[in-house]
Structure formats: structure tokens, C-alpha cells
Design a protein around this ligand. Structure first.
Ligand code: NAD
Ligand code: DAU
Length: 357
């Protein structure tokens, strides 16, 4: 049996990864360490394929004693670090939690992993895999080539800077101490269980509720979008075949402008849940995000060449599936939407910039 410690597995991508791994591999146990911040949701882990091979531990990645005990008692051979503060807009309002979890938290995991690995109590094939983002590379001009693994880091938001710092620490622990690490830098994910503050679920749920669809600035910012299950498959391949010390770029090989995404969502909803008025009429251009990165694009040639990974979903099929998932899981959405902390985030964030929710 393999024993995987997943951190942040009650969040969007981590939960999808746990579903994916338990479905794909019969010979693994998963231990999920999650602090259950506003973004963590135990409901994301209901209906797991084989719950007997899943264990939840409520705790913080900065708790070294706890992490040490988890590694040793469960003979962990693989640690996958998803735990992070992830919303760029929140990092602009208050960067402190981003520094605490993304930098200090990753550092704590690295320190404990190094002790565990060098004490000989770990299995020889121990692996520390760190989940990162394309945002560490900064922003591209319209004609710039896409980010590759050798593009210099140039993070712009406090979120991106905190992720860049954690990536540097991960590389440094490999270079200096020989800790067997791999990293992956991924573009924007979308799919089931994404917290409703992010663009795609926010637009789906606002449209269904007849609320404003708040597009920042001119809506011409470009992102690369990856269906979350494709991301999970890429991580799975890196864990089995990725070279230690290496990072791998992952992306969906598409670059639509935000406004196109929002219009596509309206179009899909028009067919699946026709309303009395056209959803597109709800679009409003509102005050831009400060320091908003204009364009991201990913060169995924390395992971394709080395590990044979290509995304299975196109943006069209992935968006269709995602809208269907949110339509079928309105109760899950409401359980977050009705929380006072989420309501106050919406009021605080959108109230002042024109997209009153
Ligand atoms: P998310 O915000 O949905 O979930 C984060 C999870 O981490 C939550 O369950 C939360 O409770 C947990 N967490 C936060 N602080 C913690 C701490 N100190 N100790 C333990 N657990 C803690 O995030 P996500 O969108 O699933 O992103 C997961 C990872 O993928 C992050 O590292 C993020 O930077 C990276 N990433 C995300 C995207 C994306 O589009 N969502 C793209 C590229 C990379
Ligand atoms: O690129 C990978 C990153 O993608 C991850 O590292 C982050 O954790 C993740 O949150 C995501 O960051 P973005 O800032 O790109 O995602 P978000 O969904 O917040 O916004 C996507 C785009 O949509 C961005 O250009 C801002 C815009 N936007 C977002 C919101 C929430 C709007 O126009 N209106 C909105 O209300």
C-alpha cells in the first residue's frame, strides 16, 4: 500500500484529487490534513469511492508536531501540498494569511519532511510534491510566448508572491538537502466543488439567482482554463513518473478572454435553465482588480513529452459539465452562499466597486 498525505484536501482541487486517486488506485491510503478555513468543506469529501482508505485530520500545516506524527505513524511515502490561501482578491485586501499559510506553512512542511527523510524513518521513495500556479510567472503581453518551466518568476499579486516564495523554498530544499521534491505550476482550474468566490462558479450562481455578473475592467484579461480532473491526472502522472527536482507546467491549451467565458456560461445556461430574461443582460463591467494581470498562457510541452499527459476536456465540454454540476448541486452552493462570512465577503468586495450582489 502507498500512504499519501494530502494537505488542503477539503478545498476544491485537493478534494477532486482525493476522489480521483481513490477511484484510480486500489492500493493507496489517503490522509487529508486540512485546517478547514472558509474555503475548506468536508462536504466535498462525501461519496468517496472507498471511504475506508480515507482519513481526515483537522489541523494546520504549520503544526510541526502534528505533521511529524502523521508522517511517522502512517509511514507516509508521498506528501502532496495543496493547502494554501488561494483567492487573489482576498490577498489584495489582507496578505497576512497568505504569508502565514503559503510561505510559513510550506516551510514547516519542508522542515518536517527533511527530518523525516534524513532520519531514515521514511521509505526510500519518499516524495514531496508541491502544487503551484502559473501566476508566479507574472503577466504576458499579447504576442509574448507562453510561460515555460524556465520563465523567470515575476509575481505581481500578494497571492502570487507568496506562492513564488514557497516554490523557491521547495527548490532550495531539493538543491541544498537533497529532499526528493517535484512541483507543478498550473493554470486556472474549474469544475465541481470550486468555492463560489471564483470567476466561473460565481458567474453561474449569480446568473441563476438573477444577480449582476460582475466583470472586472474591460473583461479582456486572458487566462488558460483547465478542467480540474485533467489537473488531477497530471499530478498523478508526476507522482509516478516525474523527475525529482523538476517542475512541470500544466494547462488547458486555451486562452479565452474573461468576457468570453462569461458569455459562454450565459449561453449554456440559456439552454439548460432558460429564464424569463437573457442571462447576458446581467453582465456589468465594474472597477478593475488592482494590479490585474492581463494575460497568462502555458507551454505544456514538457509534461506531454516526458509523461504523455494531455488534457482530455476541451473548454467547451468542461464548461458544459461544470454548469451541469452546479445546477445539480444547488444545495451545496446555498450552504456556502448563506453563510454570514461569505455574505460579508460579497458585500465588502463587490459593494464598493459597483457589482452589488
Ligand atoms: P481552495 O482555496 O479551494 O482550498 C484550499 C484548502 O487549503 C482549504 O481546504 C483550506 O481549508 C486549506 N488550508 C488553508 N490553509 C491551511 C493551513 N494553514 N493548514 C491546512 N489547511 C489549510 O484552493 P484550491 O483552488 O483547491 O487550490 C489548491 C492549490 O492549488 C493551492 O496551492 C493553489 O495555490 C493551487 N492552484 C490553484 C489553482 C486554481 O485555479 N484553483 C490553479 C493553480 C494552482
Ligand atoms: O492562474 C491560476 C490561479 O487561478 C490560481 O493560482 C488561483 O488560486 C485561482 O484563484 C485563480 O486566480 P484568478 O485570479 O485568475 O482567478 P479568479 O477566478 O479570481 O479570476 C479569474 C479572472 O476573472 C481574473 O482575470 C479576474 C476575473 N474576475 C474574477 C472575479 C471573481 C472577474 O472579472 N470578476 C469576478 O467577480
Amino acid at each position: 500500500m502507498k500512504n499519501i498525505l494530502v494537505t488542503g484536501g477539503a478545498g476544491f482541487i485537493g478534494a477532486n484529487f482525493i476522489h480521483f486517486e481513490l477511484q484510480k488506485h486500489k492500493e493507496i491510503n489517503i490522509f487529508n490534513l486540512d485546517a478547514l478555513t472558509y474555503a475548506g468543506n468536508p462536504r466535498n469529501l462525501e461519496n468517496l469511492p472507498d471511504p475506508r482508505r480515507y482519513n481526515f485530520i483537522h489541523g494546520d500545516i504549520r503544526d510541526r508536531q502534528l505533521v511529524r506524527r502523521l508522517l511517522e505513524e502512517n509511514k507516509i511515502d508521498t506528501l502532496v501540498n495543496f493547502a494554501a490561501e488561494t483567492h487573489v482578491d482576498r490577498s489584495i485586501n489582507n496578505a497576512q494569511p497568505f504569508l502565514d499559510t503559503n510561505i510559513q506553512g510550506t516551510f514547516a512542511l519542508l522542515e518536517v519532511s527533511r527530518e523525516y527523510y534524513s532520519s531514515g524513518s521514511s521509505l526510500p521513495e519518499f516524495r514531496f510534491h508541491h502544487i503551484s500556479t502559473d501566476e508566479v510567472f507574472g503577466s504576458l503581453n499579447p504576442t509574448d510566448p507562453p510561460f515555460s518551466e524556465t520563465t523567470p518568476y515575476a509575481p505581481n499579486s500578494p497571492y502570487a508572491a507568496s506562492k513564488a516564495a514557497s516554490d523557491h523554498l521547495v527548490h532550495a530544499f531539493h538543491h541544498t538537502y537533497g529532499l526528493p521534491v517535484t512541483l507543478s505550476n498550473c493554470s486556472n482550474n474549474y469544475g465541481p466543488y470550486q468555492f463560489p468566490e471564483k470567476l466561473i462558479p460565481l458567474m453561474i450562481n449569480n446568473a441563476l439567482a438573477g444577480k449582476v455578473l460582475p466583470v472586472y475592467g474591460d473583461g479582456m484579461q486572458v487566462r488558460d482554463w483547465l478542467y480540474v480532473e485533467d489537473h488531477c491526472e497530471a499530478i498523478d502522472l508526476i507522482l509516478s513518473g516525474g523527475r525529482t527536482g523538476e517542475s512541470y507546467n500544466i494547462g488547458g491549451n486555451n486562452q479565452p478572454a474573461n468576457i468570453e467565458i462569461v458569455r459562454n456560461i450565459c449561453h449554456i445556461l440559456h439552454h439548460l435553465a432558460p429564464g424569463s430574461r437573457r442571462y447576458e443582460e446581467l453582465i456589468q463591467f465594474i472597477t478593475d482588480r488592482p494590479g490585474h494581470d492581463r494575460r497568462y498562457a502555458m507551454d505544456t510541452e514538457k509534461i506531454t513529452r516526458e509523461l504523455g499527459w494531455v488534457p482530455r476536456e476541451s473548454l467547451e465540454t468542461g464548461l458544459q459539465k461544470t454548469v451541469e454540476w452546479y445546477l445539480e448541486n444547488q444545495e451545496w452552493v446555498r450552504s456556502i452562499y448563506n453563510r454570514p462570512d461569505y455574505q460579508s465577503w460579497l458585500g465588502e468586495h463587490y459593494g464598493t466597486r459597483g457589482g452589488t450582489q
